[in-house]
Write a protein that binds this ligand. Structure first.
Ligand SMILES: CSC[C@H]1O[C@H](OP(=O)(O)O)[C@H](O)[C@@H]1O
Length: 341
């Protein structure tokens, strides 16, 4: 398989490597990955994360295993096991479905490698398209709020929502970004801040509970977020805390945009209530340190609720920025997204 290089995923000299996003920004550690168990561990612990990227990482691993001579039945099992790793982001299921089709071909090794390479290169192009459409919505001097991390670290290209912000800054040169730290795993404070510094985009880091007062003070002009799964009616699942922002934006009449590739649309899921929300372990909320895993701040036995995502209804969304264009609420509530699939 040809060399493929992205910000946090690379296939070089027949070796698949993943940049450990859990350790960023203070440590940059690349892990070589050559088996299903290690890819599952990397995905489960958000060392590789981001809806598009986990699908691409899993796909490149399957292609690598196919080239290494893994038997057809074992490849089918690998696809099943990888697909089962995290339930909410549909990109993983989309990629694994493509590989299952490739596995049925006579020359399934070539077909799987070709599919994995196409998925990777397509993602780069999808990011550019989303960024172009989304940047057209940004005005000079805008203060944009974003949540979690949706940049190059989470994709093979420049990102989804953060790709829009990057392209808008290239166009205007004078935007500012409010960065939600995004509890509990701090993808915003750790990863989005890291990327915006790299891109020299001015930003201010905030705690998630500060967004409301900034909106009340008129300091937020637009909100752009990513998505893990968009239902047929336009509802979408995204990092927990997104729904908070949508309700606040609606109250304060602030444009709220979701940015995702069309492949994040899952027309087989009718509405947001049908999206499975991944429940994660309590240690992430309690905070764990030290070799004994003692809680950093909450009592060790605290009861914890830790959904990784929440669902935002279509009625709170101003626009859906896809690689195919921007769709407003009237179009989506009239069923436009189903026509796109
Ligand atoms: C372009 S990434 C989309 C999506 O994935 C992130 O979730 P996680 O960090 O748990 O992988 C987050 O919800 C982003 O908006």
């Amino acid at each position: 398989m040809q060399d493929l290089i992205a910000s946090s995923l690379k296939y070089q000299n027949n070796t698949l490597s993943v940049l450990d996003q859990y350790l960023l920004p203070h440590q940059q550690v690349w892990h070589v990955c050559d088996d299903v168990a290690s890819m599952r561990e990397l995905i489960l612990n958000l060392k590789i994360r981001g809806a598009p990227l986990i699908g691409l990482g899993a796909s490149l691993l399957v292609a690598h295993l196919a080239e290494q001579g893994m038997a057809k039945a074992a490849l089918a099992q690998a696809i099943d096991d990888l697909e089962a790793t995290r339930p909410t982001a549909v990109n993983l299921m989309h990629c694994m479905a493509k590989l299952r089709i490739a596995l049925q071909q006579d020359d399934y090794v070539m077909a799987i490698v070709s599919a994995a390479v196409s998925l990777f290169n397509e993602d780069i192009a999808l990011c550019e398209s989303m960024a172009k459409h989304g940047a057209a919505l940004v005005n000079s001097g805008d203060n944009i709020l974003t949540h979690c991390n949706t940049g190059a670290l989470a994709t093979a290209g420049i990102g989804t929502a953060l790709g829009v912000i990057y392209k808008a800054q290239q166009r205007h040169g004078d935007i500012h970004v409010w960065v939600d730290e995004t509890r509990p795993l701090l993808q915003g404070g750790r990863l989005t801040a890291f990327e915006l510094e790299r891109w020299q985009v001015p930003y201010t880091l905030i705690c998630d509970n500060m967004a409301a007062s900034l909106m009340a003070a008129g300091k937020v002009d637009k909100i752009f977020v990513g998505a893990d799964r968009i239902a047929a009616n336009g509802d979408f699942a995204n990092k927990v805390g997104t729904y908070n922002l949508a309700v606040l934006a609606h109250f304060h009449n602030i444009p709220f945009y979701v940015v995702a590739p069309l492949t994040t649309l899952d027309v087989s899921t009718a509405c947001g209530a049908d999206i499975e929300i991944e429940q994660r372990n309590s240690a992430e909320v309690r905070g764990v340190s030290g070799s004994f895993g003692e809680a950093l701040w909450a009592p060790t036995n605290a009861q914890v609720y830790n959904p990784a995502f929440d669902v935002t209804p279509a009625k709170l969304i101003t626009g859906w920025v896809l690689d195919t264009g921007v769709y407003d609420q009237q179009q989506v509530l009239a069923g436009k997204l189903k026509d796109l699939n």
